[in-house]
Design a protein around this ligand. Structure first.
Ligand code: NAD
Length: 526
């Protein structure tokens, strides 16, 4: 571990838990054992859980290991309309009790869940290796972030529970408090199946809301494992309900129900926009305007100017573009380099990329695993074909031969036009487009020239340019002289501008406010 676990007073200081160090033989051994243990559990069937009751249905999601298509990781029952309605009714009923549970008690459930997750850390890492093809380090970072969210939001709730001071007048005693919203539908993506699911769910629960959780279909088993951890921590029945199913089949029902008070969604732009539209319509019997928290895609850029440390910049481009096969909303899928150093940076990136080990993520040494599904594979390959017409393919561009999974070579395009499709559209795979800028100001213009605004990074030694980029680089998460991925809970509150979402800033001090409403209270005293 590089860093700290909890200090003694869990109600006070928050510290990120840090990552496992797999060069340590103890951690390596523990991970291997977890991988063996989890592999023995392949093929099980997981239920829907509503009000603590388990329901099995013949309609199932089949979860396949994208690294080895012969391995079925397990099956998850799919909820239908009846189950969705039952879950929403249950959450509505349980809200009447849960909303009065003290914030401290609610926070304790998060801290307990964090303790359970710490004990089952390698196991959760292993499920991510198998279900979504994360390499060991990426999987462990995902679990670490999930633990951080629990610890952080628990503490933030304690802060809000103290209320906010308001101006007092001689004739009245005034208070301002935060109360929960109601029933929340939580819809996470598959790509951070532990961290984002845990963060979105725990934030909704700790603020006093009840939750219907619909995990991403291709990461449903990880979703179930985390649900189980909340359950083991003692969250009362029906406060959190586990309702797996595919988005197109049950998403609209969950979003448009008049019982739903808010939707906390992270995923693609197309689905986010659809949810926004559907949720805006007031349904018969609905008593509120639904609140939507939508975190969506990105077309993030790493910008390099002629003053930069080019070696570090090339490392940053490679890590940002190819970490978890480029399947991060924060992935640096554009490298925008000023003309003086363009060729040199490109060459360095190609050389570094050649050294990346592609393969089955169950092995420690693998850097790049498969993309997550057949659908993802087809989409990325389609974009590579588009890229071949729009730009110059300098490295990769093919499926990896002789492997039984969705493997795609890390792929580098050069001389991409700033408005090319591969420079504008989210590919969500191991593909980076190099775009040449005439100077720093041009580079900023290119960086801002998409519909998105999630993350961005500038490599430069010029203080003046760094200060200028702080003002003009329009992204929710801006980094200097480091990669554009890897936001830490509490350190880099995370969320984007424009069509990257509602800028909810997950893991930030304001996040819980999105899940509550303020109540002004006043009593006449004279
Ligand atoms: P997705 O939009 O396909 O799915 C996200 C979730 O929405 C899943 O649970 C899915 O089942 C559900 N869903 C699908 N159709 C739905 C519908 N019609 N109604 C309701 N729910 C529906 O996205 P994905 O492939 O799981 O994730 C990748 C996307 O998520 C990328 O665009 C990525 O950039 C984005 N993402 C954003 C952030 C962020 O913080 N901004 C973080 C991670 C991922």
């Amino acid at each position: 571990m590089f860093a700290i676990t909890n200090d003694n007073d869990i109600l006070k200081d928050f510290r990120n838990i840090g990552y496992k160090d797999f060069s340590d033989s103890k951690d390596e051994q523990a991970m291997k054992e977890a991988l063996d243990k989890v592999a023995k559990e392949f093929g099980k069937v997981y239920p829907i859980v509503i009000d603590g009751e388990r329901y099995a249905r013949d309609e199932r999601i089949t979860s396949i290991n994208p690294s080895n298509l012969d391995e079925c990781v397990g099956y998850v029952s799919k909820a239908d309309e009846k189950m969705v309605n039952l879950a929403l009714d249950t959450a509505t009923k349980r809200f009447e009790e849960w909303k009065f549970v003290s914030p401290k008690e609610r926070a304790e459930y998060l801290f307990k869940t964090a303790e359970i997750m710490k004990k089952r850390r390698f196991e959760l890492d292993a499920w991510m290796v198998y279900e979504v093809g994360k390499n060991w380090i990426e999987a462990d970072a995902d679990t670490a972030e999930a633990i951080d969210f629990l610890e952080y939001y628990g503490r933030q709730m304690l802060r809000y529970a103290e209320g906010v001071p308001v101006v007092q007048i001689p004739t009245e005693k005034t208070e301002f408090v935060y109360i929960p919203l109601g029933v929340g539908v939580v819809i996470p993506p598959w790509n951070f199946p532990a961290a984002i699911l845990t963060g979105m769910t725990s934030a909704a629960l700790v603020t006093g809301n009840t939750v219907v959780l619909k995990p991403a279909s291709i990461a449903s088993i990880i979703g179930y494992k985390i649900f189980e951890m909340f359950e083991d921590a003692g969250i009362p029945k029906g406060v959190l309900n586990f309702v797996p199913g595919t988005g197109p089949e049950i998403g609209d029902l969950l979003v448009s129900s008049p019982k739903t008070r808010f939707i906390n969604f992270t995923g693609s732009r197309a689905v986010g926009i659809r949810i926004n539209e559907l949720a805006a319509k007031v349904q018969p019997g609905q008593k509120w305007l639904k609140r939507v928290i939508l975190e969506m895609g990105g077309k993030d850029a790493v910008v390099v100017d002629e003053t930069a440390d080019l070696e570090a910049a090339a490392d940053g481009i490679v890590a940002s573009a190819f970490g978890f096969q480029g399947q991060k909303c924060s992935a640096g899928s554009r490298a925008i380099v000023v003309k003086e150093v363009y060729d040199e940076v490109l060459e360095k990136v190609v050389e570094k990329t050649k050294k990346l080990k592609v393969g089955d993520t169950r092995y420690k040494e693998t850097y790049l695993g498969p993309v997550s599904s057949k659908e993802a594979f087809d989409k990325v390959m389609k974009y590579i074909e588009i890229g071949k017409k729009e730009a110059r393919l300098v490295y990769g561009g093919n499926p990896v031969e002789g492997k039984n999974g969705y493997y795609i070579e890390p792929t580098i395009f050069a001389n991409a036009d700033r408005n090319a499709r591969i420079s504008q559209e989210e590919i969500f795979g191991p593909v980076v487009a190099f775009i040449k800028a005439s100077d720093f100001d041009d580079a900023m213009e290119i960086a801002n020239g998409t519909d998105y605004g999630l993350t961005g990074s500038l490599y430069s030694r010029s203080r003046e340019r760094i200060e200028k980029a702080k003002k003009v680089f329009h992204v929710g998460n801006l980094y200097f002289n480091r990669k554009c991925t890897g936001a830490l809970v509490g350190v880099h509150p995370f969320g984007g501008f424009n069509l990257s979402g509602t800028d909810s800033k997950a893991g930030g001090p304001d996040y819980l406010l999105l899940l509550m409403q303020g109540k002004s209270i006043s009593e006449k005293i004279r």
